[in-house]
Design a protein around this ligand. Structure first.
Ligand SMILES: Nc1ncnc2c1ncn2[C@@H]1O[C@H](COP(=O)(O)OP(=O)(O)OP(=O)(O)O)[C@@H](O)[C@H]1O
Ligand SMILES: [Mg+2]
Length: 233
């Protein structure tokens, strides 16, 4: 790892076994992510995009290979180190938002802080400040079912960013949204990126990938097959 890198991935593989069958979802991925980069991952369904993102997010463990970060190596971290990594280093958002249904927007965002060093007395304000920053000042006490899709995704972004992570991982964050909401979500990610945050976004929308990224990587059958420059300078 050099000082401009934030993630360095080498020879990463992931095998799933289902009964008697084996699936190699990742067959040897090498990737270096620069600090402050906005990276998009595209590729056909089943090519391994979510698997790669989940491994970087520490939600799953590699079959072989390494993911190196400034806070440790995924593949060799202890469970305790991995929990810390997930609480501090990465924030994740998903196509299906994954909010806790019976909690308000405010409570959903506060939940993310329970596993961090944030002082309990500061959690409520940190959460409402972040939601306000994302345009949800008047929605703090709404439950997910009472919010639009675009608003739910903004709550999910608030939940990911309130921890002040180094890297934001977004798995098809606009997959359930119309064009206007998709652009609005990408603008929020871009804003955070301009302030220095590193973003890795999986998307099926090549136009969005090109418009918002520094680099667009294409995956096929568990490997990165191609890399093109995005529209960001
Ligand atoms: N938990 C699992 N158990 C078994 N196989 C899995 C599991 N998760 C993923 N796979 C398989 O691994 C391969 C890669 O899946 P992955 O979800 O990473 O694809 P993807 O590129 O994200 O696809 P999509 O664009 O449809 O979301 C697929 O063949 C999938 O069926
Ligand atoms: Mg996927």
């Amino acid at each position: 790892m050099n000082s401009t890198q934030i993630i360095s991935i080498s020879s990463l593989t992931k095998r799933y076994t289902l009964g008697a069958s084996e699936i190699w979802a990742l067959k040897g991925v090498d990737l270096s992510v620069r600090k402050g980069e906005f990276l998009s991952l595209v590729g056909s369904s089943g090519s391994g995009k979510s698997t790669l993102l989940n491994l970087i997010g520490g939600l799953d463990t590699p079959t072989s290979g390494l993911i190196e970060t400034p806070t440790g190596k995924i593949g060799t971290m202890s469970p305790r180190e991995l929990a810390r990594y997930r609480a501090h280093f990465v924030g994740m958002i998903f196509q299906s938002f994954n909010l806790v249904p019976h909690r308000t927007a405010q409570a959903n965002v506060e939940l993310a802080l329970y596993f961090t060093d944030a002082h309990p007395g500061d959690r409520a304000k940190l959460a409402s400040d972040m939601l306000t920053h994302l345009g949800l000042k008047d929605r703090l006490h709404h439950r997910p079912a009472d919010l639009s899709g675009g608003e739910q995704q903004r709550v999910a972004i608030a939940r990911a960013l309130v921890k002040n992570p180094e890297v934001l991982l977004a798995d098809e964050p606009t997959g359930n949204l119309d064009r206007d909401n998709s652009l609005a979500i990408c603008e929020l990610l871009a804003d955070w990126n301009r302030q220095g945050g590193t973003v890795i976004m999986v998307t099926h929308n090549l136009d969005l990938a090109r418009q918002y990224s520094h680099r667009v990587l294409r995956m096929d059958y568990g490997v990165i097959v191609n890399e093109t420059e995005g529209g960001l300078p």
